[in-house]
Design a protein around this ligand. Structure first.
Ligand code: C5P
Length: 487
């Protein structure tokens, strides 16, 4: 997550923020968060905004409140360490409770220099624990109960000292005793001065704690409490820590594609005219990348061969970046065998036969004649392979007219099993946009969803308008269902 350096804002903005935050009794940083939150929540594309709520029922259900439901009934022991970031932990209590997570707080002695047990108790609606030798809680082994009677232990801020104690198994106060007695997952949100974070001792402790199975979020880069100091050491924001906690608390997702190799192409191809010019198309690669991410989340071993796009590699996916259609074909062939191949790339149909070795010059002889030759058809090549053909080959048909007829003809011509057809007329905004309206076509006899119309042995299933991520998730679900049926 990027962090915003308030110091770098212009003076008038800073003066306004100072006044406004003082008036509202918040820190400047908190005030900026509130302003951003209000601004973003008012945007039409923000889930839950009035215009976004006009989305189709399919979209609405796909946006179900996963966080609140997933973490329902969960409980967290929150250990607040002694650092200036402790004030953010009070906000963290709120964020966790918003997600229906019960919070029991433990404050170290040092933490009480920054926040009071009373504030933590008022926000968590629970008793707050501070002492290892508190007769009220220790008569029944309070530290063991705090360690065990929860689903997750969060340490925020995790100071250098607390982390050192953890790494070495100390247990001389309530927080360290709980951490040593824990049989639950532990999430640390480190916060300290950048020099402390980079110190060799802290580096060793971090490594050890990671090896011990502790999860960490942050620290982020940004300004420090100390004047004119910046660097890596700021505690992650409360929302980030809450999201990381929910991720850990969420029951493991089903992984229907576990053990399956999925090969995906995405993006456009660039066909060189000369060393500096090329022929391309408007494909953004978003749909193919979303499918790769969805297949990876479903447990598949995913290889994504992508043309030039401005997208980040999806986590856990092997991404191979290529330029031209011929590069793409070579890399696809090299990535076989696969169980499922999905060809979402907008491969250029033609390339320049007489590619210039040097940059073509303007001359009085007029425009250089560009001769085009046909590119190899990757989808057809793989679909027609004898030995290495993946058992399920899925193509895409991006059309601007006669969508279904053209897509049906494409299944037959290219020899694939399924086609995802979409209308890419400029008015649809699909090319480069975030939404897609697709039809899944399948050769009769291969399983797809209910409510299909069989036409000429090809079944057509029309989906409502969805985000590209939702299309990806749905496609992966259909693949999983089909594998299950065929197994
Ligand atoms: O023929 P058309 O380009 O419309 O076909 C689209 C489908 O074929 C897509 O799945 C696309 O990835 C694939 N294709 C390909 N190689 C080509 C052209 C298209 O793999 N040279």
């Amino acid at each position: 997550m990027a962090s915003l350096t308030i110091r770098k804002l212009d003076d008038a903005v800073k003066a306004y923020l100072r006044l406004r935050s003082a008036g509202n009794g918040r820190s400047v940083e908190e005030e900026v968060r509130v302003i951003l939150g209000e601004l973003i929540q008012g945007r039409p594309d923000f889930p839950g905004s009035p215009s976004a709520s006009m989305a189709s029922p399919a979209e609405a259900s796909a946006r179900a409140p996963a966080i609140a439901d997933a973490a329902n009934q969960a409980s967290v022991t929150l250990i607040i360490g002694g650092g200036i970031a402790a004030f953010k932990s009070l906000e963290l209590i709120r964020r966790l409770k918003e997600r229906r997570i019960e919070v029991r707080c433990v404050l170290t002695k040092a933490a009480q220099q920054f926040v009071t047990p009373l504030s933590a108790s008022a926000l968590s609606h629970e008793r707050v624990y501070t002492d290892l030798f508190d007769p009220g809680s220790e008569f029944d082994a309070g530290h063991i109960r705090l360690a065990r009677e929860c689903d997750l232990i969060v340490v925020a801020p995790a100071t250098a000292d607390l982390m050192a104690k953890m790494a070495h198994g100390h247990a001389d106060d309530l927080a360290s005793a709980i951490l040593l007695a824990a049989d639950k997952p532990i999430l640390l949100a480190p916060a300290m001065n950048p020099l402390m974070w980079n110190n060799a001792a802290t580096r060793r402790n971090v490594l050890q704690l990671r090896r011990d199975g502790v999860t960490m979020i942050g620290p982020n880069a940004g300004e420090m409490a100390e004047t004119n100091e910046a660097g890596v050491g700021r505690m992650s924001e409360a929302v980030e820590i809450a999201a990381a906690a929910v991720d850990i608390l969420r029951p493991p997702r089903p992984r229907p594609l576990l053990g399956k190799r999925v090969l995906i192409t995405a993006g456009p191809t660039h066909e060189p005219i000369d060393p500096v010019r090329y022929i391309a198309n408007r494909s953004s690669g978003k749909q193919g990348f979303a499918i790769a991410a969805a297949a990876q989340a479903a447990g598949a071993d995913v290889t994504l061969v992508s043309g030039p796009v401005d997208l980040r590699d999806p986590a856990g996916v092997t991404v191979i970046r290529v330029e031209s259609a011929r590069d793409m074909l070579h890399r696809v062939e090299a990535a076989l065998p696969a169980d499922i191949a999905i060809f979402a790339a907008a491969v250029a149909d033609w390339r320049v036969a007489n590619e210039g070795e040097q940059k073509l010059k303007k001359t009085s002889a007029g425009m250089p004649p560009l001769q085009l030759v046909e590119n190899p058809d990757i989808l057809a090549t793989i679909s027609k392979m004898k030995d290495k053909r993946p058992p399920l080959v899925i193509g895409f048909a991006a059309e601007t007219e006669h969508l279904i007829e053209n897509a049906k003809a494409k299944i037959a011509r290219k020899g694939c099993d399924w086609i995802v057809a979409n209308d890419v007329s400029p008015a649809t905004g699909v090319m480069g946009g975030d939404r897609n309206t697709v039809h899944l076509l399948q050769r009769a006899g291969k399983e797809i969803g209910a409510g299909n119309i069989a036409v000429d042995n090809i079944e057509v299933d029309s989906w409502p308008v969805m985000t590209k991520e939702q299309v990806a998730t749905e496609l992966v679900a259909r693949i999983a269902k089909s594998l299950e049926k065929n197994s």
